[in-house]
Design a protein around this ligand. Structure first.
Ligand code: FAD
Length: 478
């Protein structure tokens, strides 16, 4: 007779390919999800991520109930609630997928200690990544600081193991303790305030089934032309899997194997896409080895960067009113849909930290609150990459030109017109530089600059010079 086990869901909200679930599937099991904002502190899920989480928990709860073991929802400090629940059902083991966020590691440490004090055990399983950070180290046993050797080393370990099936049935514990109702967790936008999430459901279906549908859609179309399509924000050229991957509704190895099966040729055929999955792995690797990454520059010299915090400039950027159409389209896409195309994330982030000299942490915080895929590893690593302060970063002196980037990647202005309707009637030639359009063209397009749409907050050449001058004040890295 197997003793009961507690299965603690965190960022692995799926039934298939879930090693923690697989490990307890033969035993009476109490599945639990816990809201513990106090432990996460400022890295508790932001508004858009909470919208996602609310629905993802509903989907997970339905899947678990259909298999016979309903999900218990709880709230409170994990080191108190989890051991108490384990004791209540007579479980000697708590199983969970391993998390990599610094706050979550500290919390797991406290939970493990509290469990051990009563003779119980926390068992962590690899679930969020293909390989745990400590598994992929350089020849000298050090963590990789640069992506390419890291990716090569990880790929050289061969294909990831095959995904695990979802259990057909689960055995519930005999007397589960009472839990909270999903709606009492307060995850949705507050009633009465403007519903910024109104359009989210038209784009996103949180949950494991939604993740599989999204993957199938990607494999049926965009994957074939991903190498070029991924840079066109006006079309669906990427997978849209990021929020599903963040919440673990699908595992990276499920994605990996599905892509390999759909495109059975040499690995190089699928590499442009799979290498992005490895960028995700690299972000987790960096976060694990450099837990200061969400807060502080990884390159020491950037600690002295002369940022010029300015609430007015930050607000113009957040609201999509910088006067640079591709940036404003991205920031408005983010607000409306909780997501922004990767190419535009790069251009928008670069404008904030370089042209506007705003600290990258301010941009990362806004993304944290507004992205449905907000992920501490990917977000912090990407912002540091853009800011030039990451270990493997774009050099700071490479300043994206928001006009030429727009003209290159959105030549017909499809993307800009969709999210910045004020500019919809401008001819292609001016859609990325409306301030240069002749008066007659503006009049014809029904656009009064400065009234309907702002002039650029800073001129590109001036912004670029200022950024380079700021960089020149830094000493070389030791
Ligand atoms: P696809 O192109 O289909 O890629 C597949 C998957 O690979 C993604 O779902 C994602 O999990 C992973 N991936 C792709 N690019 C990256 C990358 N550069 N770094 C790490 N993983 C990557 N991604 C997040 O998941 N969460 C974030 O909070 C986040 N913040 C970012 C902030 C900035 C400033 C920038 C420039 C990028 C950020 N990214 C973040 C990375 C990237 O923009 C998104 O992962 C991608 O746009 C998601 O769309 P997709 O699922 O269609 O990606």
């Amino acid at each position: 007779m197997h003793s009961p086990a507690l299965l603690w869901f965190r960022q692995d909200l799926r039934l298939a390919d879930n090693p923690a679930l697989h490990g307890v599937a033969e035993r009476p099991v109490l599945p639990v999800w816990l809201l513990d904002d106090a432990a996460a502190g400022r890295w508790a899920p932001g508004g858009a991520a909470r919208w996602w989480l609310r629905q993802s928990l509903a989907a997970l709860g339905a899947g678990l109930a259909a298999r016979g073991a309903p999900l218990l929802l709880a709230r409170g400090r994990a080191e108190i609630v989890i051991p108490a629940l384990a004791a209540a059902i007579g479980a000697t083991e708590v199983h969970a997928g391993r998390l990599h966020e610094p706050w979550a590691r500290e919390r797991d440490h406290r939970v493990a200690e509290a469990l051990e004090a009563s003779g119980r055990r926390l068992a962590l399983h690899t679930s969020a990544v293909l390989r745990e950070p400590g598994e992929v180290m350089s020849g000298s046993g050090k963590p990789y600081a640069v992506y390419t050797p890291f990716a090569k080393s990880l790929a050289a370990r061969g294909e990831p193991e095959a995904p695990l099936p979802a259990p057909a049935r689960l055995r519930p514990v005999t007397a589960p303790p009472p839990g909270e109702a999903l709606d009492s967790l307060g995850l949705y936008p507050v009633a009465g305030e403007p519903d910024w999430a109104a359009e989210f459901p038209t784009l996103w279906t949180p949950g494991e089934a939604g993740a599989q549908t999204r993957l199938a859609r990607f494999l049926a179309g965009p994957v074939g032309a991903y190498a070029t399509g991924r840079n066109d924000p006006g079309t669906e050229g990427t997978s849209g899997l990021s929020p599903h991957l963040h919440w673990g509704e699908i595992s990276p190895r499920q994605v990996w194997h599905a892509v390999r099966q759909a495109r059975p040729g040499p690995l190089t055929d699928s590499w442009p896409f799979l290498s992005e999955i490895l960028w995700r792995e690299f972000s987790y690797h960096l976060l694990w080895h450099r837990p200061e990454m969400p807060e502080r520059a990884l390159r020491p010299r950037y600690a002295a960067f002369p940022w010029q915090p300015d609430a007015r400039l930050l607000r113009a950027w957040q609201r999509g009113r910088t006067g640079y159409p591709i940036v404003d389209a991205g920031m408005r896409q983010l607000w409306r849909h909780g997501w922004m195309h990767n190419r535009v994330r790069m251009i928008a982030a670069s404008l904030l930290v370089k042209h506007l000299l705003q600290p990258w942490q301010a941009g990362a915080a806004w993304f944290w609150d507004t992205l449905v895929d907000a992920d501490l590893a990917a977000n912090s690593a990407s912002w540091q990459w853009i800011a030039g302060s990451g270990t493997d970063a774009a050099p700071y002196f490479r300043v994206f030109n928001p006009v030429s980037q727009g003209e290159k990647f959105d030549p017909a202005g499809r993307y800009v017109r969709r999210y910045v309707p004020e500019l919809a009637r401008l001819p292609d030639r001016w859609v990325h530089r409306p301030w240069e359009a002749p008066e007659a063209v503006l009049r014809e397009a029904g656009l009064a600059l400065g009234r309907d749409y702002p002039r650029p907050v800073v001129d590109h050449a001036t912004g670029r010079q200022r950024a380079l001058a700021a960089l020149a004040t830094l000493r070389a890295d030791a």
